[in-house]
Ligand binder design. Structure first.
Ligand SMILES: [Ca+2]
Ligand SMILES: [Ca+2]
Length: 490
């Protein structure tokens, strides 16, 4: 049995009563805590306090007794004891299935239910309470014997959350005594648990899917290439191994056996790492780009990602064709943009009974052609542009007697270019002189006085005169008195 002491009972003041009259009375009972649940009854007396001592009942004072009765109840909250979120992968948000229930198992209404979240832990690993969400965030009033269904729980797992069984303890309470967000001892509460099993996920991601090993000559071994990757799972990765394949260029191959790779011993979740790959020595294969896709870097637990590899087998000469001589030109020669990017290539040539080409050859990284621009002259003296030069022409013609081949005609031919070197278009520029005669018989051609010059002024249409060493070029852009040449051609 438990008692509510008389001191906890306070009656409101009463006025005097006339004969036959009545008046309402008020009483306040303060229930202590803890207070055993149950019905409390107490005999109370109201009396007419007209005899001394005042404030004290004397048996001869008129009185009446009555029973004051109060029922003390208790708020009781019941929550599904373990809210199971199942076995889940990291890097996603998961909700409990099925929903869980909050039950008011007492007779009194729950008026202001609030959640108090705890962290979920697995050994030394933690899922912060800030990653846990309970719903509803605010409850309606739940009457005695009522329930709220469904309540739900969501847990956001980071991509690198360590595997394990995580358990957290949380509290749901009625913040009714003092609405302060704090659980007082007289406020009803219920603790319950959540559980989630974080699966172990092995995953790695290569930072680049296209790995170029650069340009190398036959016989060379490529410089070590750092191939970056990241452990994108939540398991520590070990035992890395590459699956290499032959690099192909048409029917030519560089064997996968020439690959070498260094790999890290162990990479923790979320960490970046590199594998260092070399290829070589490169076999005697034709120049060009050798590539292949489907390479696999694998780690423990089935972690794997794929990429492609390529290497350029460089050749020292551009792919111009037979019967040519060539010279590499410094790229800075052609660095000026228009309108100051005009150049003239000119030369004394004798096509004999064949044909001669002079021009600029633009070579790609693998020395294949990105374009040939220049001028071709045949035995008849007919000239044709190669590519799209700005201008072509014949400056002068002279006859000469060759002791072996007899009378020959020499032409000073030229091509003008508006050319600014761009590494997007070509990786190198070559000056090319070519015997373009038929290959069915022996043809001789002669070249002399090859001159590459920058225009003295924009839109200059013809080269200056040929000369060894420095020369003075007239700034006069007009034609000479004879009308055949410009002054600057003198
Ligand atoms: Ca009295
Ligand atoms: Ca409170």
């Amino acid at each position: 049995m438990d008692t509510i002491p008389a001191a906890s009972i306070t009656f409101g003041p009463l006025a005097g009563l006339g004969v036959g009259n009545s008046t309402p009375g008020t009483v306040t009972v303060t229930i202590g805590f803890p207070q055993i649940i149950g019905q409390y009854n107490g005999m109370q007396r109201v009396y007419d306090d007209y005899l001394a001592p005042p404030g004290s009942y004397t048996v001869t004072e008129e009185s009446a007794t009555f029973t004051l009765r109060v029922y003390v109840g208790k708020k009781v909250i019941v929550v599904t004891p373990v809210v199971d979120l199942g076995n889940r992968n990291p890097g996603a948000t998961w909700a409990n299935l099925p929903p869980f229930t909050v039950t008011n198992s007492g007779a009194l209404s729950l008026i202001r239910l609030k959640w108090l979240k705890g962290d979920m832990t697995s050994g030394a690993n933690t899922i912060s309470s800030t990653s846990i969400t309970f719903a509803p965030a605010a409850f309606p009033v739940i009457p005695g014997g009522g329930s709220y269904d469904p309540a739900s729980c969501q847990v956001a797992l980071g991509a690198f959350q360590a595997p394990g069984t995580y358990i957290g303890t949380h509290t749901l309470w009625d913040d009714d005594f003092i609405n302060d967000g704090v659980i007082q001892s007289s406020e009803a509460s219920c603790t319950f648990q959540t559980q989630i099993v974080v699966n172990s996920v092995a995953s790695l991601t290569l930072l680049s899917k296209d790995i170029g090993l650069g340009t190398w000559a036959v016989g060379a071994t490529t410089s070590p290439k750092d191939v970056g990757f990241r452990n994108t799972g939540n398991a520590t990765l070990t035992t890395f191994i590459w699956s290499f394949f032959d690099l192909l260029n048409g029917s030519n191959a560089i064997s996968q056996a020439l690959f070498n790779a260094g790999v890290p011993v162990s990479v923790n979740p979320g960490e970046y790492a590199t594998s260092t790959v070399t290829l070589g020595p490169l076999p005697a294969v034709p120049g060009g780009t050798y590539s292949q896709s489907g390479f696999v870097l694998a780690g423990s637990g089935g972690a794997a990602d794929t990429c492609s590899f390529s290497v350029i087998v460089g050749v020292s000469a551009p792919a111009i064709g037979v019967g040519s001589v060539y010279q590499n030109l410094a790229t800075q020669t052609f660095q000026d943009p228009g309108p100051n990017n005009r150049f003239f290539l000119s030369g004394w040539v004798c096509p004999g009974s064949g044909a001669v080409e002079i021009g600029l050859f633009l070579a790609k990284e693998d020395m294949s052609s990105a374009g040939l621009t220049g001028v071709r002259i045949s035995s008849t003296g007919a000239i044709l542009p190669l590519g799209t030069p700005a201008e072509i022409g014949i400056v002068e013609t002279v006859s000469a007697l060759d002791p072996t081949f007899g009378p020959q005609t020499w032409y000073r031919i030229y091509a003008a270019y508006d050319y600014t070197f761009s590494p997007i278009v070509a990786s190198s520029t070559w000056l090319v002189l070519k015997n373009d005669s038929p290959v069915t018989a022996r043809y001789a051609v002669w070249l002399d006085g090859i001159q590459l010059e920058k225009a003295a002024f924009p839109n200059q249409t013809r080269p200056t005169s040929f000369g060894k060493g420095k020369k003075i070029v007239s700034p006069n852009r007009g034609l000479s008195l004879g009308g055949e040449k410009h002054y600057y051609e003198w």
